[in-house]
Design a protein around this ligand. Structure first.
Ligand code: UDP
Length: 245
């Protein structure tokens, strides 16, 4: 797969459909695969933290979640055509898993969220095999118990929704302990599946203005969003120094 190196993070040049197809291929391989969907904020975090950049680059699939990452790829002359947000990829994967032998575990969100997400998902995908759920609030000493619970469920697909960078770190830390085929870090997606958070209307997502919609709805995100102009400036100033394959 073609990749674009954005400030040291090697992002796969895939759209939503290609990402979902790749994930279904991973599901047929008897080994662990991590799927992360970095946005500009996460790439900036990796730019400042080499260990975190390595962690991201260890993933078997890294997709561009956010218009900032898509623009960065254009600045670097290796254009990704559209954003491939975790939520959208997850939806396609769910549609493909519906009626299959594959088993899903939902991990993350406040207590009750995964259960609500399961109920809603089963309305939409009635033949989805959801074999376990666990909220995303735990003490470090509970981590191995959570891994055991996931392994015991027989799941091959794991959605990890702890927010970034927590979910990426959790997945990477437990790579060898997890007996599953694919772990996807998909942020607040369970809240959306549960109906607790509304996703931006299509218009905002398609025009690259989802950040603006979220800012209006959740103004406390302004601090995090101020990373976006810094990201753009950094890509313009330093992006070309990173070797493209
Ligand atoms: N969350 C969690 N455990 C934590 C911190 C956060 O399960 O220790 C959940 C939180 O309830 C929410 C999600 O992680 O469902 C983070 O959502 P957000 O939209 O902030 O994530 P983003 O995708 O923007 O990083």
């Amino acid at each position: 797969m073609d990749k674009v190196n954005i400030l040291g993070v090697r992002v796969d040049m895939v759209n939503i459909e290609q990402a979902a197809d790749k994930i279904m291929e991973f599901m047929n391989e008897d080994k662990f695969h991590a799927v992360f969907t970095p946005n500009s904020e996460i790439i900036m975090h990796a730019y400042k933290n080499a260990a975190f950049a390595d962690l991201l680059n260890r993933a078997e699939l890294l997709t561009a979640d956010g218009i900032g990452v898509v623009y960065a790829s254009k600045i670097l002359k290796k254009p990704i055509k559209e954003r491939a947000a975790g939520y959208d990829i997850a939806r396609l994967v769910l549609a493909k898993m519906n009626g299959s032998e594959h088993k899903l575990f939902l991990f993350g969100g406040k207590p009750g969220v995964a259960e609500e997400a399961k109920a809603n998902l089963l309305k939409e995908y009635p033949d989805l095999n959801i074999v376990g759920m666990r909220n995303g609030y735990f003490k470090p000493e509970e981590e191995s118990e959570i891994v055991n619970e996931i392994n015991a469920s027989g799941a091959d697909m794991l959605f990890v929704c702890l927010g970034a960078p927590k979910q990426e770190e959790w997945i990477d830390r437990n790579r060898s302990a997890l007996n599953i085929r694919v772990a996807m870090g998909i942020g607040g997606s369970l809240d959306v599946f549960a109906g607790r958070v509304e996703r931006a209307p299509d218009f905002f997502c398609k025009t690259g203005l989802e950040w603006f919609y979220r800012l209006c709805k959740e103004p406390w995100r302004i601090g995090r969003m101020m990373e976006l102009p810094k990201f753009a400036a950094t890509v313009i100033a330093k992006g070309k120094k990173y070797k493209q394959d």
